[in-house]
Ligand binder design. Sequence first.
Ligand code: 3PG
Length: 214
Amino acid sequence: MTIVEIMRCSPVIPVLTVERLEQAVPLARALVRGGLPVLEVTLRSPCALAAIAAMRAAVPEAIVGAGTLTQPRDLADAVAAGACFGVTPGLTAELVAAAGGVDLPLLPGIMTPSELIGARRAGFTACKLFPAREAGGPAMLRALAGPFPDQLFCPTGGVTTHSAAEYLALPNVPCVGGSWMAPRELLQAQSWESIESLARQAAALRTTAAQHRG
Ligand code: 3PG
């Protein structure tokens, strides 16, 4: 799948930090049951790569990606763990070079028009806007649609249920990213049903967004 095909699979990509490996599979199952098949596991915990591999093995319907890729080695590690896609918070020349050498659909992070020009030169027609709220939120994406009408975005960072609907109503936003479906407290409490319920509400946001667009 291309990164754009992956972005079109789900209105919300949960951004997950898995601190204990045994959380990985029940977490993925809860999110998929709630209607969110695209999952981003951030490389922010020692078990993140093992969590990706465990989710891929036990929940084949999940499209599991690796996030917080900041150095070339992270891309190789993501591929080795079986990640279906990668997400970076920003884009450097060495990440662009590494992306060319691996078979991993990539969603690179940008925050400014200059960074976006660089990403487009490297061939990325879809980017993560990060951190989206601080970058200007939906107004920033409306402004970027002028000079870059064909560019797609996954705004991430500070996205809430309310702002997600506003972002998803924009034609250049097929999906948003956020961590609100799987907060640390619910993971620690193993509240899989609560996570499933939050996922179900997030999955319904596409309908809400369509209503916004009229
Ligand atoms: C992150 O980097 O943690 C993601 O951007 C998610 O941000 P959020 O916690 O503000 O949703």
